[in-house]
Design a protein around this ligand. Structure first.
Ligand code: AMP
Ligand code: ZN
Length: 111
C-alpha cells in the first residue's frame, strides 16, 4: 500500500527499532511510548481496521496473539502486558494500518 508508514516499516524502507519479525508480523518500538515498554505489533498485510477482519485475518490475528504470548519474556513483557487496538476516530487511531499496541514493563494504570 503506497504511502503507508507501517507498510514501509514492515518492508524495511523506513527504519524502526525492531524487536521481532517473521513472515507475517513485525514488532517494533513506538516512537512516542505511553508506558515503560510500548511496542507496536503490525501484521505485514495492509488493512486499516479491526472491523475488516474476515476469517483469514481472524486466523492471522489469532496466531499473532499466540506469538505475543510466546514472545512475552524476550519482549520484556513477562511481568504482564496490555494489548490495545484503536479503531477509528473516537479511539484516536492515527495510522490506518492495523496494529496492536503492547504496553508493559511496569504497573499500568487502569482507572
Ligand atoms: P494509533 O493512534 O493507534 O493509530 O497508533 C499509532 C502509533 O504509531 C502511535 O502510538 C505513534 O506514536 C506510532 N508511530 C507513528 N509513527 C511511528 C514510527 N515511524 N515508528 C514507530 N511508531 C510510530
Ligand atoms: Zn500499510
Amino acid at each position: 500500500m503506497e504511502n503507508c508508514i507501517f507498510c514501509k516499516i514492515a518492508a524495511g524502507e523506513i527504519p524502526s527499532a525492531k524487536a521481532y519479525e517473521d513472515d507475517e508480523i513485525v514488532i517494533f518500538k513506538d516512537i512516542e511510548p505511553k508506558a515503560k515498554i510500548h511496542l507496536l505489533c503490525v501484521p505485514k498485510e495492509h488493512f486499516a481496521y479491526l472491523s475488516e477482519t474476515d476469517d483469514r485475518r481472524a486466523a492471522l490475528l489469532g496466531r499473532t496473539l499466540q506469538k505475543i504470548g510466546r514472545l512475552k519474556d524476550s519482549l520484556g513483557l513477562g511481568g504482564g502486558y496490555r494489548v490495545v487496538i484503536n479503531q477509528g476516530e473516537n479511539a484516536g487511531q492515527t495510522v490506518l494500518h492495523l496494529h496492536l499496541h503492547l504496553l508493559g514493563g511496569e504497573a499500568l494504570p487502569w482507572e
